[in-house]
Design a protein around this ligand. Structure first.
Ligand SMILES: Nc1ncnc2c1ncn2[C@@H]1O[C@H](COP(=O)(O)OP(=O)(O)OP(=O)(O)O)[C@@H](O)[C@H]1O
Length: 487
């Protein structure tokens, strides 16, 4: 028997005697203590007299629904985590329950292995492992998350994002993060993970747009030795790597339709089958996804599966572009400067002069916080003073629209020189000249496709491999959607 505390008691609500007995036996065998109810009224009476760790409820009850219990828990500000059991194939119910604050859901017929695993997760235990001792348990206070603390900015828009992070951190509901490139979606995803009960478990971030289509299945679900040429040993995929924790699928809108179907299946079945394997592996993880695209429009256009969209978009958090929250500039600027200076070993951390701040406020930041980071990086490297001035930022006077994404982000060596040579006739050094032209074209394509190398390459008729090669040769680096011209 695993050690129990008074707080580990469970409440099971189901009017079907057979199912109730099945749940009770399963839970008792796991060593939990529990009480059961048959109706909403009975459950409410028990909840009023006692606190539980987890409430497991059927969706359909004789005198109401599981949602009534969720609403009551929410209204009373209670901490019980709710697991809702929904009828088979009723995705609507599952989504509704998660939106109403359920921690997680299960579909009928309930797979008992899954049942045990979901209950263990709700109790903050790893399935099959004893409950963590107090000091081992993941920190749970709201200020505990490193990522949440890193998220600077006090504008109303950011406060709202922060509040949502804290709220959704408590459940297992999928969250879709929508926002332009560089707005901080990954940081928000990390903060959600950090706020949850599985903060100490893995957080696996995947850029869907950066994986060649033919490798997607193997990368996502893993493969068995001999599954294909080159598969010399078993390898786990992202799903297995994120087991017990969070899988963050960035640029989900770039996932090809065939892979969307496989992902949907994995979500519905909560299991994956590695390429070349005969059996499925159960997975227990939280799925977060992000996109800069308008996914609803992608659904309309037939490029994104509606059912998958529905599953991923249970809760949506919009991360606003930086230009919509300019009030955050001083905070974010200071926080970025602190990080950059620390990484570079610069003391003391340079400040932003009022002039520099004014200059930043006048800029449109098409590349959002990531672009601000690049600008400050460059300014700090070039200035060396304790206060950065407007001139140090090297921002174009007036920028807007497409051009700014390019011009503002990465100065292109001497494009003017190359252009002048074009006018003047033959270049002095053909290799250097062609490199310069190539560099400009690559950077422009990267900026146009939000630094997605696969898409930018495709636009230029290059494979991802060719794109990588050319970028490496010219010293252009892209890290998770950011381009740096190291040349
Ligand atoms: N509010 C913020 N405070 C401090 N740093 C931030 C904030 N928002 C974003 N950043 C930083 O800006 C950079 C870009 O953020 P992030 O990678 O999360 O953006 P993204 O929206 O996921 O970008 P992409 O769509 O290109 O993947 C990161 O270094 C991140 O730490």
């Amino acid at each position: 028997m695993k050690p129990m505390t008074a707080n580990d008691r469970l409440l099971v609500v189901d009017d079907e005697p057979d199912l109730r007995t099945l749940y009770e036996l399963t839970l008792l065998r796991e060593g939990y203590s529990l009480v059961s109810a048959e109706t909403v009224a009975e459950a409410l009476a028990l909840l009023q007299s006692e606190r539980f760790a987890v409430v497991i409820t059927d969706m359909r009850l004789p005198d109401g629904s599981g949602l009534d219990l969720l609403a009551w828990l929410e209204q009373q500000g209670r901490n019980e985590r709710a697991i809702v059991i929904t009828a088979h194939g009723s995705a609507e119910n599952a989504v509704e329950a998660l939106k109403a604050g359920a921690f997680d859901y299960l579909t009928k017929p309930v797979d008992l292995r899954q049942f045990r695993s979901v209950v263990a997760t709700a109790l903050g235990r790893e399935p099959g492992r004893p409950a963590p001792r107090r000091e081992e348990a993941a920190p749970r206070t709201s200020s505990s998350s490193g990522a949440l603390a890193r998220l600077a900015g006090r504008s109303p828009a950011m406060e709202q994002v922060r509040e949502l992070i804290r709220k959704v951190g408590r459940s297992m509901a999928p969250v879709l993060l929508q926002g332009e490139s560089g707005t901080g979606k990954e940081l928000v995803a990390r903060a959600i993970h950090g706020e949850g009960s599985r903060a100490s478990q893995p957080f696996i971030a995947v850029n869907c747009g950066a994986i060649p289509e033919q490798l997607l299945e193997a990368e996502f679900f893993g493969y068995r030795k001999g599954a294909f040429t080159g598969a010399s040993e078993d390898r786990e995929g992202f799903f297995q790597a994120a087991q017990g924790g969070t899988l963050f699928l960035d640029e989900i809108g770039d996932l090809p339709l065939a892979m969307q179907s496989k992902l949907l299946r994995a979500i519905q079945e909560r299991s994956v089958r590695p390429v070349g394997a005969v059996s499925e592996t159960p997975v227990n993880l939280r799925l977060l996804s992000a996109t800069h695209k308008d996914l609803a429009a992608e659904v309309q256009a037939g490029r994104f599966r509606q059912d998958l969209y529905y599953r991923l978009n249970v809760i949506q958090i919009r991360v606003p572009p930086l230009r919509e929250r300019l009030a955050d500039l001083p905070d974010i600027g200071t926080s970025l400067l602190e990080r950059i200076a620390r990484d570079a070993g610069v003391h003391p951390v340079p400040r932003l002069s009022p002039g520099a701040l004014a200059r930043l406020s006048a800029y449109a930041f098409p590349g959002n916080v990531r672009e601000l980071e690049n600008v400050l990086h460059r300014a700090l490297a070039l200035s060396g003073a304790s206060e950065l001035q407007a001139e140090d930022l090297d921002l174009p006077d007036c920028v807007s629209g497409e051009d700014s994404a390019f011009g503002g982000l990465a100065p292109l060596g001497q494009p003017a020189a190359a252009a002048a040579e074009e006018e003047a006739g033959l270049p002095l050094d053909l290799t250097q000249y062609l490199d310069e032209v190539e560099r400009r074209v690559l950077l422009r394509a990267l900026a146009e496709y939000r630094f997605n190398r696969t898409a930018a390459g495709a636009r230029l008729g290059l494979s991802l491999r060719q794109m990588r090669y050319r970028m490496a040769r010219l010293g252009i680096q892209v890290d998770d959607g950011e381009a740096r011209d190291a040349g």
